[in-house]
Design a binder for this molecule. Structure first.
Ligand code: ADP
Ligand code: MG
Length: 428
């Protein structure tokens, strides 16, 4: 019988946003993590992965629900947790040794014992000889080793890592993943479980025993996939690639939102993936070049795009119905195929049709511009509307994308200096 180490029960989280109080970003999360497990958490950008880790660490309280550690509800910071961040978070004025020792700051240990533990961890993470170096003298990979060392020196039961490899170049990241996995699988560290947020499906399948996939707005667990493969895993193994495919197809499924009351639906604006029209054009051409159905996983690989940058493009072509995604394959629709093979002018026509049909907010913008006698409106007016639905930064971004799409479709024009939108046919 393996022991449950961490139990999340019906966790919800709400945050106040600038124009809207109590926005629900996470709902009814139930997860058990057992001793001996390495679990990955995947999900779109902004879905709440970092928040979930902070809730487990006790750094952020859930709005509802409980976190149990060893069967007991945590109050305040979780004593069993060591945490590793994407941005290393080292103190530049402290040496490697001092940065690692910082992990022991609150432990009732004698200085000599702290020193001994810190030195042994530094050795373990491969930084022997760099004890006296300062962070600025280290490469990114070495800095992240210090970040990991600082978490490991506490000998935590639970190691939480928030995209620990994503700031590193590919080879450095591979190297560090292997070293960490070796420490873990060979039980050189007393850590009982690892929970890792990642945006790389391949990384999740390579390293973890389970991949938990979250949805966005709000975050819910949409899938919890066991990865029953022994280490070391071969990325070419059919079982490996089929697991990657499976997770890809889950992440790229269009969210099926429960149909709410009618008035609620009317008041929502669908978020547009932040992808400029130019990028969509290139992407549609590429799918067309590659033939009938294209494996999304291979496509992302070919484009060397991170999942966080790739998913929005897929989402956007789906939203505009230039392509459909099924079982991890993407296929152009009829308009998509026409678009790929059309002249520049005709492309704009097709794009216009798709935008007007599938992005209702664009139609409203046009309607507002038409209703004004000078056919002009300040961007700030629209941003203010969007801010009722999104955070300030997101609201501005949404308008930027709509302007980009609208200009490409020659539906609207934009005076960048005056920050004014106007109708294209009014421009000359
Ligand atoms: P992820 O790590 O998956 O990218 P986050 O957990 O950082 O997502 O954020 C999830 C959502 O919660 C986002 O919409 C973010 O804007 C919001 N959020 C996170 N922290 C705060 C905060 N302190 N106050 C208000 N909103 C927040
Ligand atoms: Mg995050």
């Amino acid at each position: 019988m393996t022991k449950v180490l961490i139990e999340l029960k019906q966790i919800s989280k709400r945050y106040d946003q600038p124009k809207q109080a109590n926005v629900s970003i996470m709902e009814d999360i139930n997860i058990n993590i057992k001793e001996g497990e390495l679990v990955s958490i995947l999900g779109p950008s902004g879905s709440g992965k970092s928040t979930l880790l902070r809730i487990i660490a006790g750094l952020v309280p859930p709005s509802q629900g409980t976190v149990l550690y060893n069967g007991r509800e945590i109050a305040g910071t979780n004593p069993g947790v060591g945490m590793v961040f994407q941005s290393f978070a080292l103190f530049p004025w402290l040496t490697v040794l001092e940065n690692v020792k910082l992990g022991l700051e609150n432990k009732p240990l004698r200085e000599a014992d702290k020193m001994r533990k810190a030195l042994s961890v530094i050795d373990m993470i491969g930084l022997d000889g760099f004890e006296g170096a300062y962070p600025k003298e280290l490469s990114g990979g070495m800095r992240q080793r210090v970040g990991i060392g600082r978490a490991l020196v506490m000998e935590p039961d639970i190691l939480l890592m928030d995209e620990p490899f994503s700031a590193l170049d590919v080879l450095t990241a591979e190297n560090l993943k292997r070293d960490l996995l070796e420490l873990w699988t060979e039980k050189q560290i007393p850590t009982k479980c690892i929970i890792m947020v990642t945006h790389s499906i391949e990384e999740a399948v390579y390293m973890s025993d389970r991949a938990i996939v979250l949805s966005r707005d709000p975050a819910r667990v949409i899938s919890d996939i066991p990865i029953p493969m022994a280490h070391w895993r071969d990325k070419q193994d059919p079982q490996f690639t089929s697991l990657v495919d499976q997770i890809y197809s889950i992440l790229t499924q269009r969210e099926v939102k429960p149909a709410g009351p009618a008035e609620e639906k009317q008041n929502t604006i669908e978020k547009i993936p932040p992808v400029p029209a130019g990028a969509l054009t290139g992407f549609i051409e590429l799918i067309d070049d590659l033939g009938q159905q294209v494996d999304l996983y291979k496509l992302a690989d070919q484009l060397s795009l991170k999942l966080e940058d790739f998913l929005p493009i897929v989402e956007a072509v789906e939203m505009l119905q230039f392509a459909t995604v099924l079982h991890g394959d993407i296929e152009l629709t009829e308009p998509g195929r026409q678009f790929a093979n059309a002249s520049v002018l005709f492309r704009k026509e097709i794009f216009k049709d798709q935008v007007l049909e599938h992005v209702p907010i664009m139609e409203k913008i046009i309607w507002i511009l038409q209703s004004k006698s000078n056919n002009k409106m300040e961007g700030a007016f629209f941003v203010e509307i969007f801010e009722k639905h999104f955070e300030a930064e997101e609201a501005a971004l949404q308008l930027d994308i709509l302007i980009d799409w609208g200009r490409y479709a020659e539906l609207i024009a934009y005076d960048k200096k005056a920050k004014v939108l106007y109708l294209e046919n009014d421009s000359d």
